[in-house]
Design a protein. Structure first.
Length: 516
């Protein structure tokens, strides 16, 4: 066979630094000869995932009202078609299905060769297969939630980029895609067996990651595809299995994301970023969500310190994706540390010296100052799954099964407020007591604990701001939550397919709702 595939140019480190090299195309017939080549290809797959980290964030969050208006610091606004929900067939924002079929093609290649090799020992073979099947299921789950259908590509083809137009295949139905996702999850579980370890670290796919994905998938098929209680029960079992893994909530919310605390026990799977390798979102975080240093001269922190003279002064970038100015006041309750560790409130100064609030910038990923650099580098790992996610997904399964989600919701809340503060204010903050009408009446982001679904959506919104989950969370619970908390039209909750993809493959059909 003469298939061509992507892999690393040089020997790829499997140490904690995960030094992912650029990719190249080499002949299939000259590869797969020893264990090191399989290991290198596995590292390359993680690198391809990393290249799509901004795409995962875009699909999972940018259509929500967490973003609104124009940047208060004066830059031009980007991605407003997303948060204004003005997507259409000619301006789909995302083309070529986000490029994920290239990764799927490489995963298919890995599966094929790993299934049929005799150069790996059984433990290595199972680890690679468990990861490959899990990662493929994860990508198809993105496509299903985004487009409502997908071309099922389970083979591999020549070239280092997959041309959707040359596949000669129509999309499979939502049910068929879901069936394949579940098959891949089962194959991943079968490969891993009872091994719930993080064999290569938490920046590689693992059995615990597959179980969180399984929880998400079966929640979706239960709520959105009529699977009902049987699917919720499967999701619950998968998420409860995480109790046997080496996972726990960090005591301090800031430490979950800290550069000097990577791969902590809360992380189940994260996208690795590192010096001289890759900045978060390939620096799309810096150039969309971080204020430019020159702009900081015009703004102040809440204590009156000019931003250009504050500890933020070396966080230079550009704000093209504006966070909703109402977030600081309306999303978080008093005492919730997630506000100060997710957002930084900004002010102008009036002639009399008083401060005037103007908006927020992201402060969850604060970067790190490295010797010899003028500006911070945004090298924190980007979490895909963490234990707080598993707990709140488990809470969702319990709510949908009419069970009590208090333990899971309150575990996350207690960490957010701190044990002492939470204990002192349990009558106001512990689930199901967070019902203050003066805060929740007409709140644009979150609702009262009086509705358990609102309670878990609220907790996930506060917990996972900037982590690419909010849009999917609303979609899971139904169109009524999408229209309540976003500007989306209930008939256009999926995404349109770009005209080029439709033109290349006549068997593709435009997403329902975008035909006129």
């Amino acid at each position: 066979m003469k298939n061509i595939f992507i892999t690393a140019l040089a020997a790829l480190s499997l140490t904690s630094c995960m030094d992912l090299e650029p990719v190249s195309s080499i002949s299939d017939s000259k590869y797969w000869k020893d264990q090191a080549q399989f290991a290198a290809f596995n590292v390359g797959l993680q690198g391809l995932f990393r290249e799509k980290s901004f795409q995962f964030y875009e699909w999972g969050e940018l259509r929500t009202n967490l973003y609104a208006g124009t940047p208060f610091s004066g830059e031009a606004v980007h991605y407003n078609n997303l948060f204004n929900n003005t997507l259409n067939a000619t301006t789909p924002e995302v083309t070529d299905f986000g490029g994920v079929y290239t990764i799927i093609n490489q995963i298919n290649l890995m599966i094929s060769h790993t299934e049929n090799t005799d150069v790996l020992n059984e433990a290595q073979r199972k680890t690679y297969l468990g990861a490959a099947y899990g990662m493929r299921a994860y990508l198809y789950f993105h496509l299903l939630r985004t487009y409502g259908k997908a071309v099922l590509w389970l083979d591999y083809t020549t070239g280092n980029k997959v041309d959707i137009g040359n596949m000669g295949k129509a999309e499979a139905s939502a049910q068929e895609v879901m069936e394949q996702i579940k098959k891949d999850i089962k194959a991943s579980e079968d490969a891993y067996g009872a091994d719930m370890s993080f064999t290569n670290g938490r920046v590689y796919w693992s059995h615990p990651a597959t179980e969180v994905l399984k929880g998400e998938v079966y929640l979706w098929s239960g709520k959105q595809m009529n699977g009902g209680n049987s699917d919720y029960t499967i999701a619950k079992t998968a998420l409860e299995s995480l109790k046997t893994a080496d996972v726990a909530l960090e005591n301090n919310y800031r430490q979950v994301f800290a550069f000097d605390n990577k791969e902590n026990k809360e992380i189940i799977f994260a996208i690795h970023n590192g010096r001289d390798e890759y900045n978060m979102f390939n620096d799309a975080l810096r150039y969309n969500l971080v204020m430019n240093q020159m702009m900081m001269e015009n703004y102040y922190l809440s204590d009156g310190t000019q931003m250009s003279k504050s500890e933020m002064s070396d966080m230079s970038g550009a704000v093209y994706i504006p966070l909703n100015t109402k977030l600081y006041k309306d999303l978080f309750r008093e005492g919730d540390t997630r506000r100060q560790y997710s957002l930084k409130d900004c002010y102008t100064k009036n002639a009399d010296g008083s401060l005037q609030y103007v908006g927020v910038v992201q402060y969850k990923f604060i970067g790190v100052s490295l010797p010899g650099n003028s500006y911070r580098s945004f090298l924190e790992d980007y979490p895909i799954y963490r234990y707080a996610d598993a707990l709140l997904l488990l809470a969702e399964t319990k709510i949908l099964l009419n069970e009590d989600p208090s333990a899971e919701i309150n575990a996350v809340r207690e960490r957010a407020y701190g044990k002492e503060y939470f204990a002192e204010h349990k009558d106001q903050l512990a689930y199901p007591n967070d019902t203050d009408n003066s805060f929740y009446a007409n709140n644009p982001f979150v609702g009262s604990d009086a509705n358990p679904i609102e309670a878990v959506l609220k907790e996930r919104c506060r917990e996972f701001l900037l982590e690419g989950k909010r849009w999917y969370d609303l979609r899971l619970m139904g169109a009524e939550y999408c229209t309540k908390y976003t500007s989306a039209n209930a008939k256009r909750l999926l995404w349109p397919i770009d005209q080029n993809s439709l033109g290349e493959n006549s068997l593709l059909k435009q997403t329902e709702g975008y035909n006129n």
